[in-house]
Design a protein around this ligand. Structure first.
Ligand SMILES: [Zn+2]
Length: 301
């Protein structure tokens, strides 16, 4: 993609961000995660309806601008010389100084993010569940050199957790999509049960991938204030939903008919992974967007 930035050394991207917005809303109408078991269609976020979003400190667009990766350490990270870390260097082609600030946890409630308000030509890929594990998916992600946030469910990866190390080596990160993938957890479970299911995945991820997730994706997409509190108490920074998805070999958009800067795209580890990824890639290239790791942009890697 963006031609020839292959072996650019990278350092940790900026943790800085300046712009806050909370993804509004509601995922009603979007189906998600249905492959993970129940065929229950996506539920409307019942609890969410009654949960006003965190007041987003909107405003203050920061100075943006792309900087060459080699000088991409505007904040805390001292410039590093090209260390021989091939997997890390491969990931970042250009570093964008984030012009978005993750809203803080307010009143004990983690923020909910659906889209990133940014002026940069970036898009974020997220891949859920982990049911279907094929060497082809590893190969394709490597070939396209795509970083992604992998929202994995313990029960769907437990037969072969090591499979996902390949993506991690490519620059992707493992995030939290619960232990059991109960798509009705918002309705069926109280705070403690939700928290237990989240913490179980936090620990599982740490055990197998060496990092505790910072982002949470609700099975099915529904969330509530109870969930937002549990997410914060489990040690995570935000609930991440989505604006577009690659599904059944094509793109589905909540808004418009193309990808836009800052879109968060949902995919799954399904049998049609190759077709979905091809649809995403075509849309990404058509929109002139670069795939950036969401955690890097949010400063929660
Ligand atoms: Zn799911």
């Amino acid at each position: 993609m963006f031609g020839g930035h292959s072996a650019v050394p990278s350092s940790t991207p900026s943790r800085r961000a300046v712009f806050g917005v909370v993804g509004a809303s509601v995922l009603a109408g979007l189906t998600a995660c249905s492959a993970a078991g129940s065929s229950t269609p996506a539920q409307t976020p019942t609890g969410a309806a009654a949960s006003p979003e965190v007041p987003g400190p909107n405003g203050a667009l920061a100075v943006g601008g792309e900087v060459p990766t080699s000088s991409a350490s505007p904040m805390t990270t001292p410039p590093t010389t090209p260390a021989p870390t091939p997997t890390a260097t491969k990931r970042i082609r250009r570093t964008f100084i984030p012009d978005y600030q993750l809203p803080p946890i307010v009143g004990g409630l983690a923020p909910v993010i659906t889209k990133i308000e940014t002026k940069h030509p970036v898009v974020f890929l997220t891949i859920d569940d982990g049911n279907i594990k094929t060497p082809e998916s590893i190969k394709l992600m490597a070939e396209y050199d795509l970083p992604a946030s992998l929202f994995l469910t313990r029960d769907t990866v437990a037969d072969n957790p090591a499979f996902f190390n390949a993506f991690k080596a490519q620059g992707s990160l493992i995030e939290n999509h619960t232990v059991t993938h109960n798509i009705n957890m918002v309705r069926q479970w109280g705070y403690q049960q939700q928290l237990t299911d989240m913490v179980g995945m936090q620990e599982y991820a740490f055990q197998h991938y060496g990092r505790r997730p910072t982002l949470f994706r609700p099975p099915g997409g529904a969330y509530s204030n109870v969930m937002r509190k549990a997410v914060a108490d489990a040690g995570m920074k935000a609930i991440v939903t989505w604006e577009a998805k690659a599904n059944a070999g094509k793109m589905d958009y909540q808004v418009g008919n193309s990808l836009r800067p800052g879109d968060i795209v949902l995919m799954h580890f399904r049998a049609e992974f190759a077709a979905d990824l091809a649809a995403f890639r075509a849309a990404q290239l058509a929109a002139g967007l670069e795939v950036v790791l969401l955690e890097d942009f949010l400063g929660v890697a």
